[in-house]
Design a binder for this molecule. Structure first.
Ligand code: NAP
Ligand code: 3JM
Length: 330
């Protein structure tokens, strides 16, 4: 792209959309024109960005008749399902934050630290993986390259911000003694809910299957054996994950730590003597993936345990999408 791109932000009034604007500004992402879209409910709302005011327009089938180069979508799966192909048919590249297109074989699924080369074969839609998948892939890629992962057990502790503004409201109100349950079927304050997104025939949730399927696609390895339990916890920001790995090859623990320290996007925080390990509240607002409690799983031959924390709305959604756009304009 020679000229500065024209951008659209679909879902601009939401949690991911507003964080995306913050990230675009922080990273000084170049643009000429900028368009904000949301549902009819928000049409006419004003949003300030870089010292200028923009008016939010209702997303319609004609929204993409304008000269737009890159459109960021974070307005739910059904909106992406319907409108991303319309945008793509007009020559726009869509960076989609929803799960709608992730497993389509014609759509690249990209974590810039892991598989940046995949943006090149897009047909107008590039998918951002699920927040829990993104933060796992950043440390797992260098480990897979070096020791070849055989099996993964994901156990997640996910923040309420992953459910958008409604999730935050549920926890805030719940902590004040008022369980409104707008986002969840049970009170989230004081509970851990082993239930994210809907349940499927096999007893897993959709969120769990997203982690399993997306990991295989991003690492390009269908032979990986993976299981997942995803849990919503009463934490506002940042997802935490326990990741148990079994490798084909033996490893040296110090070498694993050095490898992670040197890997793009990874920060190792692992100093047991001083009670140092990644914490959700400290990680909130940051763009890297934080890794600690790095230790051998002594119950199997080449087993490793990790504790992995990242800001689910930044690296898990907005920052990853902006990094994808940065690859596009490079
Ligand atoms: P949110 O705070 O509830 O915001 C939803 C946004 O979508 C709002 O801007 C809303 O506009 C807009 N919207 C809803 N229905 C629409 C429609 N029919 N047409 C146009 N705009 C519509 O939710 P969020 O946390 O920002 O998440 C938004 C989406 O991003 C999620 O649904 C999910 O698909 C995706 N997401 C992805 C990740 C990830 O892991 N990559 C993480 C979180 C979320 P109004 O204000 O007008 O209602
Ligand atoms: C994260 O359409 C919807 O109901 C949105 C659900 C949703 C998703 C999704 O499936 O796109 C909420 C929060 C995600 C995601 O990243 O997969």
């Amino acid at each position: 792209m020679n000229k500065k791109p024209n951008l659209a932000v679909v879902g601009a009034t939401g949690l991911v959309g507003s964080t995306l604007l913050k990230v675009l500004e922080e990273r000084n992402f170049p643009f000429d024109n900028l368009y904000f879209m949301a549902s009819a409910k928000s049409a006419g709302k004003r949003i300030a960005f870089k010292g200028k005011e923009y008016v939010v327009e209702e997303l319609t089938e004609n929204s993409f008749d304008k000269p737009i180069d890159i459109a960021f979508f974070s307005a739910g799966g059904s909106t992406s399902m319907k409108f991303a192909p319309i945008a793509a048919s007009k020559g726009i590249v869509v960076v989609d934050n929803s799960s709608a297109w992730r497993m389509d074989p014609k759509v690249p699924l990209v974590v810039p630290e892991v598989n940046p080369q995949d943006v090149s074969w897009n047909n107008g839609i590039i998918a951002n993986p699920n927040c829990s998948t993104i933060q796992a892939m950043v440390p797992l890629k260098p480990l897979h390259d070096k020791y070849k992962i055989r099996r993964i057990i994901f156990s997640t502790y996910q923040a309420v911000s992953g459910s958008g503004l409604k999730g935050i409201q549920d926890l805030k109100e719940g902590l004040a003694g008022n369980d409104i349950m707008k986002a969840y079927p049970h009170p989230i304050a004081g509970n851990c809910l082993p239930h994210i997104d809907s349940f499927l025939e096999n007893g897993y949730t959709k969120e769990e299957m997203k982690m399993i399927d997306e990991t295989k696609k991003i690492l390009g390895d269908d032979s990986l054996r993976i299981t997942a339990t995803t849990v919503r916890v009463p934490v506002f920001d940042s997802h935490s994950e326990s990741i148990n790995l079994e490798f084909e090859k033996p490893f040296d623990l110090e070498e694993v730590k050095s490898l992670l320290k040197a890997s793009p996007g990874c920060v190792v925080q692992d100093d047991l003597a001083n009670n140092v390990y990644p914490l959700a509240r400290e990680v909130a607002g940051k763009d890297q993936v934080f890794i600690g409690r790095i230790r051998r799983d002594e119950s199997v031959e080449n087993g490793l345990n990790l504790w992995v924390v990242a800001d689910n709305i930044r690296k898990g959604a907005a920052t990853n999408a902006v990094q994808i756009a940065e690859l596009l304009i490079k």
